[in-house]
Design a binder for this molecule. Structure first.
Ligand code: AMP
Length: 263
């Protein structure tokens, strides 16, 4: 049994431009190996060479860690990114979001949520009723941190996803992040697609509908992407940001049901 856990947070940038980041929550025995893997990722990312890399390791007491269940995953197979964005919009509207807000959120990710042509380092927080952006810094956003799989769950999850060809670390990382974000009742849903030019899939996630993977949300070579959290209006934004960034969560159980749908 591990006595303490450690939050690892990596961020790589070049001339202020976000290249990549990652966050893990691991026991003492894994810190060195995971730290090396994060540095390797920072130094060999398809978005380009990093000019600055930071790696922060902080101890987290075991009794502070919340335990939770991962979201169930299902895939929407689409033929093109425009079709994928239509599916994303339909899924978001199914959560009661208006077409205007949905279109606005998709446009932010498509054109650069930090500034035209530039990706954010973290997630956008969007008031689902008014469309107002609630994150204090529109370039930094909110970086969701301190979440991971319980070590016993990882092989089970990989096994569970393998048959569908979905055991890639990127999918697992995103599933963990979405599962943390949707623990908080203020979050209606999350929309994400990667800023990695080679990774074209994305998802819509929510506590009710799970993690809905969409096979194409952007064109090959596109360096823009990001995350939008759609929030209910009644919330204490500072407290939500604190939980997203600081509450440690380990996922130690799966939810049943892996389903494939064709849009
Ligand atoms: P990625 O899935 O790593 O390609 O990230 C896509 C985008 O999601 C990034 O450009 C960030 O804007 C955002 N993002 C990535 N990781 C996080 C995180 N831990 N918390 C919040 N936003 C994130």
């Amino acid at each position: 049994m591990t006595d303490s856990f450690n939050s690892l947070r990596m961020h790589a940038s070049r001339s202020g431009e976000h290249i990549c980041g990652a966050e893990r929550l691991v026991g003492d025995a894994e810190v060195e190996a995971v730290g090396q893997a994060l540095l390797h990722r920072a130094l060999s990312h398809p978005r380009g060479q990093a000019g600055r890399v930071s790696l922060c390791v902080e101890q987290v007491a075991v009794d502070q860690i919340r335990r939770a269940r991962l979201l169930a995953l299902k895939t929407h197979q689409v033929a093109s990114w425009p079709q994928g964005r239509e599916v994303a919009a339909r899924l978001l509207e199914g959560h009661g979001l208006s077409p205007d807000i949905t279109t606005q959120a998709i446009a932010f990710l498509a054109h650069g949520a930090a500034a035209p042509g530039q990706v954010m380092r973290g997630a956008m927080l969007l008031d689902a009723a008014t469309g107002a952006r609630l994150e204090p810094d529109c370039s930094r956003g909110v970086r969701v941190s301190r979440m991971d799989l319980d070590t016993r769950l990882r092989p089970l999850l990989e096994d569970h996803l393998k048959d569908a060809g979905l055991s890639h670390p990127r999918i697992i990382e995103a599933l963990i992040l979405a599962s943390k974000v949707t623990l908080y009742p203020e979050v209606i849903a999350e929309l994400c697609w990667s800023d990695d030019p080679d990774y074209l899939a994305g998802y819509v996630a929510s506590a009710e509908q799970g993690y809905q993977r969409i096979t194409h949300l952007k064109a090959p070579g596109d360096r823009l992407g990001g995350r939008v959290l759609f929030l209910r209006s009644t919330h204490n934004i500072e407290d939500l940001m604190r939980r997203l960034q600081r509450e440690p969560v380990l996922f130690d159980a799966l939810r049943a049901g892996e389903k494939h749908e064709t849009a």
